[in-house]
Design a protein around this ligand. Sequence first.
Ligand code: IVH
Length: 687
Amino acid sequence: MGDTFTLPFDPAIRAEQLRADLRRHEHLYYVQDAPEITDAAYDALMNELKRIEAGHPELLTPDSPTQRVGGKPAEGFKKVRHSRAMLSLDNAYSAEELADWDRRVRELAGPLPVEFMAELKLDGLSVALRYEPAGGGVSRLTTGVTRGDGQTGEDVTSNIRTIHSVPLTIPAEKLKKAGLPPAIEVRGEVVMPEAAFLRLNEEREQQGLALAVNPRNAAAGTLRTLEPGIVANRRLVFFAYFLLVNGEYMEQGQRATLEALGALGFRVNPSRKLVGSVEEMLQFIDGAEAARANLGYEIDGVVLKVDSHATQQRLGYTGRAPRWAIAYKFTAKSGVTQVTGITVQVGRTGKLTPVAELTPVFIGGTTVSRATLHNADFIERLGLKLGDWVKVERGGDVIPKVVEVVEDAEHPRGELNFAFPSKCPECGSEVVRVEGEVDFRCVNVDCPAKLRESLLHFGRRSVMNIEGLGEAVVQQLLDRGLVRGVADLYSLKRDELIALDRFAEKSADALLEEIEGSKKAGLARALMGLGIRFVGERTAELLAEEFGSIDALMGANAEELERVEEVGPRISQAILEFFSQSANLALIQSLKDAGVNMTAEKKLRSAQLAGLTFVLTGTLPTLTRDEAKARIEAAGGKTAGSVSKKTSYVVAGEEAGSKLEKARELNIPVLDEAGLLAMLAGPAVIE
Ligand code: IVH
């Protein structure tokens, strides 16, 4: 950029800009229930405005956001952005997969130490708890947030407070002793113990209510209950496994993290061990499997985490999971039951999937009454007949599947043959099997099943994240002719929704807000929403990052597409084919017309502070001078030793001296540590 020239700092202009920004964020927060920035970033803006107004009283206006406190929060749960994404884990299902992972880790780690912390994989739901200094020598639990979509969760603090294993306060001296600052975040798993689950279902049965399917669902439902009294009664348990300071994991590594959490008063699962080899991992896994039945709560595997923080950082992350951790999943639980029928489902792409209808059977805590049969070939290979007894497997969250036909004295064979349909069961059109593919597909572009499934897909949490766009709603929208494609969602009217079954003004408004909010989902999610074959979450993210807009992507040829990591000829062909169809181009145009953002969220993180120069002065509450410097530089900013006209911001801590005075003289904005951290966190990526 050469010699930069910075605009002179004009407090009047800055104050007006801050007021406008603050008002916008207040509206997003209080009215739309869709905040774009974290509370800390909001506070930083507010503090900056307060400071300007204090220094220039003539600029203070009666309608300034500094003159008003709060507003009426929305009902239900407030959404809270995570300090750092709550990611998921990659899975391994066998010793071989574990060994592969171990090898990859060692390759990538280079000279850095490789040891693993083996922990139980608790079958609950993860939450993030924030503690902040509250005076009186303690830090207090301020927020408890569910994982949500990984970026933003729901504020369930009042429910979290009822969980006895969650400390409400942590003595400052304990934090100090553990070498921690007063503001920390603890992450872990909320589980419902089996006894509590059984008791809950007994009660529900007596009350004639539907039974909860498994402890995890029951725990999730409980945390989202609006009455903390009910939650208190359900006896949830919280096990802590991560500790974050300013959105970073503890430098001392995972073993030390668990010890520190224990010392702070958290419940940490005692079944854990530092292991150094695949052999030791497998030993731990065997032990966990043996103990599984007697733990009193459900586990579905073992999590292995690289212990050293430096090694973790070197390994980094893939789109949705750390490379430095893996979940070893116990082999699926299975049960034997009878096939009473076979139905054929039509998916979003027209694919026909046969599903076995079963005599309900209880497998691993859940009642299973349907299981996938994958495709016509699979049925043929099994030689499956109606009335056969089959072995059904269920692992974790995956759809139950039929694995084999069981035949013995107690389980005689069935007799009725099943003929795979030659017509689409939903629209009666012809079904075809493309050469080289196993699946039959309905070729009717207007098949109602395809439309229904694409709408459901579009609304999914991992796609456009439109809460409330479930099966019942989609079916009604279609039946009433209100939508004929995903783009029509954006022109739905309030009255039309209120007229739907089980809809009231509140639910209609909520759905409209969700639909409106989805416009900001960004290019990657929109790409998934389009339903291009083979373009899943990760590929969509990579494409969005590379091309930045739908127009650029549409203009790309095969060679350009294949420059993207993970995109080979198969995917590039699918993309080109998709954009070659006029119906798809029309769909993209309608989405654009509706205001759906088809550009990528800018990956600003590494250049967040580009072009800005910071001067640090005084002692900051949590960061050392070197840490602050490193973080500014990592985000593309510069630091300087003295304040001049070229300084963009002065970051002042306690006992800041002449540099602060100089900053005031030159009208250079002053930040505190929170303000700096908010800038580092950046303009929140719009969800
Ligand atoms: S670590 C980025 N440790 O498993 C790291 N997760 O499949 C992710 N879980 O969402 C979390 N026990 O809800 C971790 N000891 C443990 C766990 C655990 C259960 C859950 C957690 C996570 C899911 C990923």
